[in-house]
Ligand binder design. Sequence first.
Ligand code: GMT
Length: 379
Amino acid sequence: MNIGIVCYPTFGGSGVVATELGKGLAQKGHKVHFITYKEPARLLDTFNENIFFHEVSLNDYPLFDYAPYETALASKLVDVALHADLDIFHVHYAIPHASAAYMARQILLQRGINVPVITTLHGTDITLVGRDTTYEPVVTYSINQSCGVTAVSESLKADTFAHFDIKNEIEVIPNFIDFSRFKKTNKDHFKKAIAPNGEKIIVHTSNFRKVKRVEDVIHVFCSLSKEIPAKLLLIGDGPERQNAEKLVRNICSSIDVRFLGKQEAVEELLAIADVFLLPSESESFGLAALEAMACEVPVVSSNAGGIPEVNIDGVTGYLLDVGDIKGMAEKTLSLLKDENKLAQFKKNAYAQAQKFDISNILPQYEAFYHKIKDDRMCK
Ligand code: GMT
């Protein structure tokens, strides 16, 4: 098939899922066209004859305080559909991709060309941003106008029906992991450099937005590091980073906490981790937790949204209420202090991650594409 993928070109979240999906589809012989404003981060190290990148560029004009990205994207979608003979548009993250694709589809239909739109919902497009009245009517309309809709967890599907007036069916296709990249590798030299005295290593990865509760990560770590020698690696960057740095200086030993910023080879850092922390306020899936688990790292997390569909309480890690810093610190310590239990949880985390192997999930997307292509409603 010729597939047009629209996504944010980000280091994490929906951008990563969309890019890895496109890479997997290209390996299976599909022609994949990424259409976005910057080359997706996970595409930078990849060459595949079946992958194409189309940049959406915005012309500056003095009238525009805000350049109309959605219009430029819709126009680019029309252009790519015509020149690459696209069979389908698959847009990731509803805002503004679903409405831009709807517009492109209408333009193409007028020219007698039918390119169905599939929208994959990822999380904050529904749980946070999309619910706001600023966007809600357009989000509802464009989800209902999509030929097919998927959500990355049962929890997100339920949230979508709870908060929007959706007439469409929603198919759950969970996020996935590529084990050829995310696996535990020997990085002992690196571990020695970070934790020279055999300290335990705690890792957190996120975009440092409020919803991730990075301050809870720091509180949990500072509390447990009073009892056991440990180091904290904070990976990623975003609006809360400065506050997080201040908090570390106030309540912890700065030597034990490292802010590493955005990292391309996250798997190399996960390879030396003992526990991964994810205390998010809201999380539709928790891809970062799955990446950790694939590298045999147990996860201590909140029980928000779709996380319980990934992290199994008492098996692959622990789930606690949002904000339960004390509980998270206790459970993390209980793992770090018991080598046998830690080893068992590491194995369990890996086994659970295997359920989300890309080779199991990719065919679900392919089947969905064919179903939507053949759907009479969208013909
Ligand atoms: O977490 C974010 O703020 C980024 C966001 C995105 O769309 O890029 O992530 C969402 O999508 C990920 C991939 O499907 C999910 O693993 C995350 O749980 C989800 N984030 C939230 O729901 C907060």
